[in-house]
Design a protein around this ligand. Structure first.
Ligand code: GTB
Length: 217
C-alpha cells in the first residue's frame, strides 16, 4: 500500500528542505518506497480533519491503510523497521543506529531549535543578543562532542543509517548561522548526507511543491 504523508502547502523555507516532511521523504527514498503527498495549509493544519492525524496540528504525518502516525522520528523509525536500507540487520548495530536517531532528536536538535526560537520569536527582546550567544555556545559544545565521536568516519556508526538521516537533517538547520562551518568535519558530514541520491530526490520533490510542479514522490 502506498503511504500518504503530509507537507506544507506553502513552506516558510521556500523549498530549502528544512521542514520535517523532508526527513520522511528522504527515508522513503532511501527505502525505495513510493509515496503520495497531501499538502496542508496552516489553517487546515489546525482543523479537526488534520488534528485527527496529528494531535498538535503539525506536519508531517504518515498514513498507510489504518495506520496513522505523527512525529518525524516515529515515522522514519516505522519506515526503517519495515524496509531495508535504513537500519542494519545485526541486532547490536541496529540498536546503536536507533540510539543515534534518539541522539539527533533529543540531544543535538533541541539547542538548534532554541536558536530558531531566539532568532524569530524573541529577536526583538532587549536580551535577545545575549541569549543568542549563550545558545550558540551550547550548540558549539554539543557539536564539538559530536565531531570528536565522528572523527574521520563517513557516518556515525558504520554504514549510513536512519541515525545519520536524522542527524544530518537536524544539523542542516544550522547552516545559515555559520556555526556548522566552525566544525569542518560535521559540515562535510552534512554535505555527504545531502549528496546522497535519495536525499536529492526527496529535496527535488519538496522543492517542486514550492515551484508549483508535481508534489508526489
Ligand atoms: N516533533 C515534531 C516532528 O518531528 O515531527 C515537530 C513537527 C513540527 O515542528 N512541524 C512543523 C509544523 O507543522 C513543520 S517542521 N509547524 C506548523 C505549526 O506548528 O503550526 C518545522 C519547520 C518549520 C519551518 C521551517 N522553515 O521554514 O525553515 C523549518 C522547520
Amino acid at each position: 500500500m502506498i503511504p500518504t504523508i503530509t507537507a506544507f502547502e506553502a513552506s516558510p523555507d521556500r523549498g530549502q528542505g528544512l521542514a520535517r516532511d523532508m526527513r520522511v521523504r528522504w527515508a522513503l527514498e532511501e527505502a525505495g518506497q513510493p509515496y503520495e503527498v497531501r499538502l496542508v495549509s496552516f489553517k487546515a493544519m489546525k482543523e479537526p480533519a488534520h488534528r485527527a492525524r496529528h494531535p498538535f496540528g503539525q506536519i508531517p504525518t504518515y498514513e498507510e491503510g489504518d495506520l496513522v502516525l505523527f512525529e518525524s522520528g516515529a515515522i522514519v523509525f516505522h519506515i526503517a523497521q519495515r524496509h531495508a536500507g535504513l537500519l542494519p540487520d545485526e541486532p547490536n548495530a541496529r540498536a546503536r543506529a536507533i540510539t543515534w536517531m534518539f541522539a539527533a532528536l533529543n540531544t543535538v536538535e533541541p539547542p538548534i531549535l532554541e536558536l530558531q526560537t531566539a532568532k524569530f520569536a524573541e529577536g526583538d527582546k532587549p536580551w535577545a543578543g545575549e541569549r543568542l550567544q549563550l545558545i550558540k555556545d551550547r550548540i558549539r559544545h554539543r557539536l564539538g562532542e559530536l565531531a570528536v565521536r565522528l572523527g574521520d568516519a563517513e557516518w556515525l556508526d558504520g554504514a549510513f543509517s536512519a541515525g545519520d538521516l536524522m542527524m544530518v537533517h537536524a544539523l542542516q538547520r544550522l547552516k545559515p548561522s555559520g556555526v556548522l562551518d566552525e566544525f569542518p568535519s560535521l559540515a562535510a558530514y552534512v554535505a555527504r548526507g545531502m549528496a546522497r541520491p535519495a536525499y536529492q530526490r526527496a529535496f527535488a520533490a519538496q522543492l517542486a511543491v514550492f515551484t508549483g510542479q508535481s508534489a508526489t514522490g
